[in-house]
Design a binder for this molecule. Structure first.
Ligand SMILES: Cc1ncc(C[n+]2csc(CCOP(=O)(O)OP(=O)(O)O)c2C)c(N)n1
Length: 317
């Protein structure tokens, strides 16, 4: 599957500009719940989703605006959800971390760390059991990779040869904890994954073309009957759950490096080098911003759920 770089740039731009507008809404206190921004990691969501087909399913975690949009989720509905509006994905009751778009096979995003992994395994099991064509892809972080359910799931997926692709977005931190403070020096993701019987691929998460190429290989492997893990090393530009650009705790991942490796700049440079005009890119950037602002305006004008709905759609164990 050959990537369409201009289309990929457009999708990455949509995610980036949408996130920037969500930052504005957050700072204006229009968003009253947690938000984890995806800025800096756009090449992963778009690179992987461009290697998937519509029938393939996607699940995500607490930082999943990018995955939802890359798979084709509707932006107005997503912004409406974050603003707590009735027109949102969960009628305004789920917020940023509970998104789903069944029409494009975004099955759901879940904030309990690692929970997306066994859920996606169940989805892949169903696809195999019903002899469906699609595969299931789950996105989660390096911190979640350390949860016990990941190892149990990989074992089961390898045993049953499930059509499951786990994408680990290694942005070097889990909240403020660095990899080296959390893992023994001998910790080896590839050995863990292959030792459990799954295939392992690694990509530069700042580079759309590398992510896409490795995702195509990983997806092919999964379709052939072996679960796979694709580890993408990327940078999260903002703080864990707030629009702060530099909190001072990072050493190996400093602001200057993050900006230099910006995945959007890389794709933009490649497009210019391949003959796409500056004028065309500026026009695309302007048009995308206009679309995002239209979605934000529509969401801001949407109604809140009625008071009578306060106790509906709730589940209490
Ligand atoms: C079971 C559980 N423990 C703790 C948390 C709190 N928590 C939310 S995100 C996070 C770190 C996530 O790190 P990572 O998986 O690397 O993803 P990233 O935020 O870097 O994208 C933690 C500890 C949680 N949501 N669930």
């Amino acid at each position: 599957m050959k990537p369409n770089l201009l289309r990929a740039y457009e999708k990455m731009l949509l995610i980036r500009i949408a996130e920037q507008e969500l930052v504005n809404l957050y700072l204006r206190e229009k968003i009253m719940s947690f938000v984890h921004f995806y800025v800096g990691q756009e090449a992963v969501a778009v690179g992987v989703c461009d290697a998937l087909k519509k029938e393939d399913r996607v699940l995500g975690n607490h930082r999943s605006h990018g995955h939802y949009l890359a798979k084709g989720g509707n932006l107005t509905k997503m912004v409406s959800e974050l603003l707590g509006r009735k027109t949102g994905l969960a009628r305004g009751k789920g917020g940023s971390m509970h998104m789903r778009a069944p029409e494009v096979n975004v099955i759901g995003t879940t904030p309990i760390l690692g929970s997306v992994v066994p859920l996606s395994c169940g989805s892949a099991f169903e696809q195999k059991f019903r002899r469906e064509k699609g595969i299931t892809t789950a996105f989660f972080g390096d911190g979640a990779f350390e949860e016990g359910v990941v190892y149990e799931t990989l074992n089961l997926a390898a045993l049953f040869k499930l059509p499951l692709l786990l994408v680990v977005e290694n942005n070097l931190f889990a909240v403020n904890s660095k990899l080296k403070d959390r893992r023994s020096p001998n910790y080896d993701v590839e050995k863990i994954v292959t030792g459990l019987g799954a295939a392992y691929f690694k990509a530069d998460g700042n580079d759309y073309e590398d992510v896409h190429a490795k995702a195509v290989k990983a997806v092919a492997q999964v379709r052939r009957g072996s679960p796979a893990v694709l580890e993408c090393v990327a940078y999260r530009h903002m703080a864990h759950s707030a629009p702060i650009f530099d909190e001072g705790y990072r050493e190996e991942d400093i602001l200057e490096m993050r900006l230099r490796k910006d995945p959007l700049k890389k794709v933009r440079r490649a497009l210019l080098a391949r003959g796409v005009s500056e004028k065309k890119l500026v026009a695309l950037e302007g048009a995308t911003k206009k679309d995002v602002l239209k979605s934000v305006a529509a969401a801001l004008h949407a109604p809140y759920p009625a008071k009578g709905e306060l106790y509906t759609d709730l589940y209490a164990a």
